[in-house]
Ligand binder design. Structure first.
Ligand SMILES: [Zn+2]
Length: 122
């Protein structure tokens, strides 16, 4: 049910997409804009010298999940995290993929608060 692959960016657009192992090659086509990219360090999500493996739920399983909750014990999520978390569903919708509702849970263990960050409806 879990697929291993890489999270790769695009030279032409800001999209990061998950590419499962069976689709990886030295050159790949951006799912969002169709640009052809080389599998080079500038395209992977971290600055590491080698790309890190990412794991994705098989799409058939992911469609059974209608909400995702990101939880932290901190009183608030930092802006860089919420900015990225807001972009992900937009990117998934743009790519025509299923998108769950995304919630942020803060202050776990003290005074928990739940906030809808991004709705599946857009
Ligand atoms: Zn692109």
């Amino acid at each position: 049910m879990l697929r291993r692959g890489l999270a790769l960016g695009c030279e032409q657009c800001p999209a990061f997409e998950f590419y499962p192992l069976e689709e990886l090659a030295q050159r790949y086509r951006c799912r969002r804009c169709g640009a052809v990219n080389d599998l080079v360090q500038a395209r992977w999500k971290t600055g590491a010298s080698e790309p890190e493996w990412y794991y994705e739920l098989h799409p058939a399983v992911a469609e059974l999940i209608d909400r995702v909750v990101l939880a932290t014990a901190a009183p608030a999520w930092d802006t860089s995290t919420t900015t990225v978390a807001r972009r992900e569903p937009h990117g998934l919708r743009t790519a025509g993929k299923y998108t769950p509702d995304l919630y942020l849970l803060t202050a776990v263990g003290s005074s928990p608060a739940l906030e809808l960050l991004a709705s599946a409806q857009g």
